[in-house]
Unconditional design. Structure first.
Length: 386
């Protein structure tokens, strides 16, 4: 099958991904084998996806890519957006803040890229979003970040529940599972700070060691539980999935069998990959549902979307939001421009897997919710409980 993409895109991905083959790079740089795209005489526009495609974050990146590719395949098969076919440029940010900021400059250098989907981790989003704002490139942030990172005047909008809303949801769930008993919140200082006001209960802050390993994380958890007269009644983990996996495994080996809640930062398959069976019973706050939990809305379990994980569902919906803004910009200006997309993202409406989506003038989706899952049979994301 012919692949329509520039060697420039693939060369950039070779530098980012190292040992991956040129064929694999081209797979990432395009929107897939889209009917009606290759061989079409319609003009092309591009959108971007920045996510980790190598290292520990690799499962996250490829899950997101699956959702974006599905959305673009459907839209291009239906004739594209405003007379244009849409191509995807996907770049690896390695789940690292400095690399994510560098990728913003890569996207900005290609004038055909009208907007980008990125912001899968708070630290990565905080580093990259200023670069997108300065470059005048619109961003749909799909996952939970602090509200102060949203900037609709510069085209940065948030599809997920923000961090404060997640903290409130965690406080409500903690009250159900442990009442007024003390809770330990684990993570770096910036991520943990909003959780220190978890209702009217004792809250202990636990910082992870610099460059934590499974051994140093285990030591920190043993000190938390064994050096106190009474252990915390519950743990709230504001960490990556891999770090959460190390923590869960360590506390279950102490042994301690209390409830563990994990923030959206750690809502990814790495949790189960690292913790194994110890992850069973853990509660995960997710910024989106899994596709199977939307099956009734989308023609049952046989719908293509039923196999999507939560980040793929959110990536699909983020793509629909960005495409709706591009379409609105074309209607308003007669052509697609970055400035037009930025203007259109405020008050944009789109239809996604989760239903109708409305981004308000403050750059946020008002009805964004937190979905709670419980790991079961070492399966991610597990069973929807709330």
């Amino acid at each position: 099958m012919p692949v329509r993409t520039s060697l420039f895109h693939c060369d950039r991905l070779v530098r980012r991904l190292g040992h991956l083959s040129l064929v694999a790079c081209c797979f990432l740089a395009i929107s897939g084998c889209l009917p009606g795209l290759y061989g079409s005489t319609r003009p092309l526009i591009k959108i971007g996806l920045a996510a980790p495609f190598e290292g520990l974050g690799r499962p996250l990146g490829y899950e997101a890519l699956q959702g974006v590719k599905m959305a673009l395949a459907e839209r291009n098969a239906a004739g594209g957006v405003g007379g244009y076919m849409v191509e995807l440029v996907a770049l690896n940010d390695s789940d690292q803040p400095l690399e994510a900021a560098a990728q913003a400059l890569e996207f900005a250098a290609d004038p055909a890229v009208l907007g980008v989907i990125t912001g899968w981790r708070q630290a990565v989003a905080a580093a990259a979003l200023p670069a997108y704002r300065q470059a005048g490139v619109a961003v749909v942030v799909p996952w939970t970040v602090p509200a102060d990172l949203v900037d609709p005047s510069h085209g940065v909008v948030l599809l997920a529940a923000d961090s404060d809303r997640v903290v409130r949801a965690a406080a409500d769930l903690v009250a159900v599972v442990v009442g007024d008993a003390g809770v330990a919140v684990v993570g770096d200082a910036a991520a943990v700070a909003p959780y220190l006001a978890l209702a009217s209960r004792p809250v202990w802050r636990v910082s992870l060691p610099d460059s934590p390993t499974a051994t140093t994380t285990g030591d920190a958890m043993r000190r938390l539980f064994l050096a106190r007269p009474a252990p915390p009644a519950a743990l709230v983990l504001v960490t990556t999935g891999a770090q959460a996996g190390d923590i869960v495994r360590a506390v279950r080996e102490i042994p301690w069998d209390g409830p563990i809640l994990i923030s959206p930062e750690g809502a990814d398959p790495q949790l189960v990959d690292v913790a194994g069976a110890a992850a069973n019973g853990v509660l995960i706050a997710s910024a989106a549902p899994a596709g199977i939990d939307l099956a009734e809305r989308h023609n049952g379990d046989d719908a293509p979307s039923s196999g999507l994980g939560p980040r793929a569902v959110q990536a699909y919906d983020a793509t629909q939001v960005l495409l709706a803004a591009i379409e609105a910009a074309i209607r308003a200006d007669g052509q697609p421009t970055r400035d037009g997309v930025i203007r259109a993202l405020r008050d944009v409406k789109a239809s996604g897997l989760q239903g109708e989506i409305k981004i308000d003038s403050d750059g946020r989706r008002r009805d964004a919710r937190v979905w709670w899952y419980q790991i079961n049979d070492t399966h991610y994301p597990g069973v929807l409980v709330q």
